[in-house]
Ligand binder design. Structure first.
Ligand SMILES: [Zn+2]
Length: 328
């Protein structure tokens, strides 16, 4: 493994601690944060739900991985002046200062001090506070920069729809760039964001967590229903299993493979180590072994299953590819 990847994995492994404290990620008055009608910035559809987490876009066909929070304060030119605030104590992992992708200018904080190490992400910012440096520790509530409307240059956000896109979630792989660069379709495409590329980040619904102000994320993830299961054959554990022992059952050191249960939106929520000789081990690298038929429609729309609902869809294939690649 390259030194950079090793350093990242070390930085990502967290110490066990109690439930983490969270607070609202913008400077809007707390009285506005209770109702989506007050805090949400919907898409052009105007539907409040489009600002929330889930299959909330394009008639339920498109997933939204976080929540969109509107600005409250504007300057004379109409540009937002709200501050973007750290939602929890954390460490700066990524500062994307140029609007060169769908997240625009964005900050990623890492929160290792929890039973389930996780990230928070702050996208479409106008600018990042010059005091922030990669690696620096930030306390909850600290200003990260100014809310804005930066995005992909091809798909700009109009002034009237400026917002903070906010996520809380888990990192799929510490060696994401290696996977990215090995994909045929990425030939000539540079991954500008390292592990902090959206394809490698799996969001949870941030709203209940922000509302509670506190969360035991390991418990939250365990409570999520599984929607499908795959088995993976691998002598080495995917680094997701090593970084999230709270989601693992069995002896990772002795595993010849894994049964991995996913939520409908693609979070590998439960990992069961399969010993050498287990009848559950797949013949090839991996295989889809169970689907909750009651969630089939959702799984198809999320592309975890193919359009017929009979085989892995493109998202599941990518997730399993990223996880399998990290087990080298
Ligand atoms: Zn958003």
């Amino acid at each position: 493994m390259r030194p950079a990847a090793t350093a990242l994995l070390l930085a990502l492994s967290g110490a066990a601690a109690l439930a983490a404290d969270f607070s609202w990620p913008t400077s809007m008055d707390a009285s506005l944060t209770a109702r989506p009608e007050d805090f949400a910035q919907p898409t052009v559809s105007g539907r409040i739900s489009s600002a929330l987490f889930g299959m909330t876009r394009e008639e339920g066909r498109r997933f939204h991985e976080g929540i969109d929070i509107r600005p409250v304060y504007r300057d004379r030119l109409g540009e937002p002046t709200d501050s973007v605030l750290a939602a929890a104590d954390g460490q700066v992992m990524h500062l994307n200062v140029r609007a060169n992708g769908p997240y625009g200018v964005y900050v990623v904080l890492w929160h290792a001090d929890d039973r389930l190490p996780h990230y928070t992400l702050y996208a479409h910012m106008a600018r990042i506070s010059p005091a922030l440096k990669v690696g620096s520790q930030v306390p909850r509530g600290m200003t990260l920069g100014t809310l804005g409307r930066t995005a992909d240059r091809a798909d700009p956000i109009p002034q009237g729809r400026a917002h903070l896109h906010f996520e809380i979630g888990l990192l799929l792989s510490g060696t994401f760039t290696r996977w990215h660069d090995a994909q045929k379709e990425n030939r000539g495409v540079k991954n500008l964001h390292g592990a902090w590329n959206g394809q490698n980040l799996i969001g949870l619904d941030p709203l209940p967590i922000l509302r509670a102000g506190k969360a035991d994320l390991a418990e939250e993830v365990r409570r999520m229903p599984a929607a499908l299961a795959c088995t993976l054959r691998t002598a080495k554990a995917p680094d997701f299993a090593l970084r999230h022992p709270a989601l693992v059952e069995g002896d990772a050191a002795q595993a010849a493979g894994w049964r991995i249960e996913f939520t409908w939106h693609g979070l590998p929520k439960r990992w069961i180590a399969l010993p050498q000789g287990s009848a559950e081990l797949p013949k090839g690298s991996w295989s889809l072994v169970a689907t909750d038929r009651s969630q089939k429609d959702l799984l198809v729309r999320r592309k975890m299953l193919n359009p017929a609902g009979s085989a892995p869809g493109e998202l599941l294939i990518r997730q399993m590819g990223i996880l399998a690649e990290s087990a080298r």
